[in-house]
Design a protein around this ligand. Structure first.
Ligand code: SF4
Ligand code: SF4
Ligand code: SF4
Length: 161
């Protein structure tokens, strides 16, 4: 599995905390069914799909988010996308070097989250720290893309990495 190489991370000369991930609504049989045609990569209006390891498409949130527009699923001629499954098996989780975890005020991830999954709890002697409700988080990556310091990881809720 290759690592996320967002522009911010590249500028710092190190990889981000989030490994590259497969496109939405794809399952464990993804690499068996995908023909590596790249049609979904070209179709994604948010440009969050890239040709990754072995030419298979992968999603990276370094510069944007998935809006669940379904353009990738609509264009694909192989039986890769199954819209009846949950789009992503992961949820966001604050990790080092999150600014708030280091007592520096920041709430950018909360502002970016349409699902209202990010909450900031007041803490004695510390700036409020982010918490992500895994039941509300859609895994869209909006918070990942706006975080100034790669302070959000993606934690898998299942083994479907
Ligand atoms: S659902 Fe839309 S935004 Fe998300 S990866 Fe597919 S084409 Fe891109
Ligand atoms: S945007 Fe990033 S640095 Fe700011 S509070 Fe959220 S996770 Fe931490
Ligand atoms: S991944 Fe999307 S839904 Fe989840 S916390 Fe981040 S912005 Fe909210």
């Amino acid at each position: 599995m290759s690592l996320n190489t967002s522009r911010r991370s590249l500028l710092r000369g190190r990889p981000g905390p989030n490994p590259s991930r497969r496109p939405p609504w794809t399952g464990l049989d993804f690499t068996d069914q995908c023909t590596r045609c790249g049609d979904c990569v070209s179709a994604c209006p948010e440009q969050v799909l890239f040709k990754g390891d072995g030419g298979f498409p992968e999603i990276r949130f370094g510069e944007g988010e998935c809006t669940f527009c379904q353009a990738c699923a609509d264009v694909c001629e192989a039986p890769v996308f199954d819209l009846t499954r949950k789009a992503f098996p992961w949820h966001a989780t604050p990790v080092q070097p999150c600014l708030a975890l280091n007592n520096i005020h920041c709430q950018s991830c909360q502002d970016a989250c349409d699902a209202a999954a990010v909450k900031f709890r007041p803490a004695l002697g510390h700036v409020p720290r982010p918490e992500v409700d895994p039941d509300l988080c859609t895994g869209c990556g909006a918070c990942v893309s706006v975080c100034p310091v790669d302070g959000l990881g993606l934690e898998d809720a299942s083994v479907q990495v």
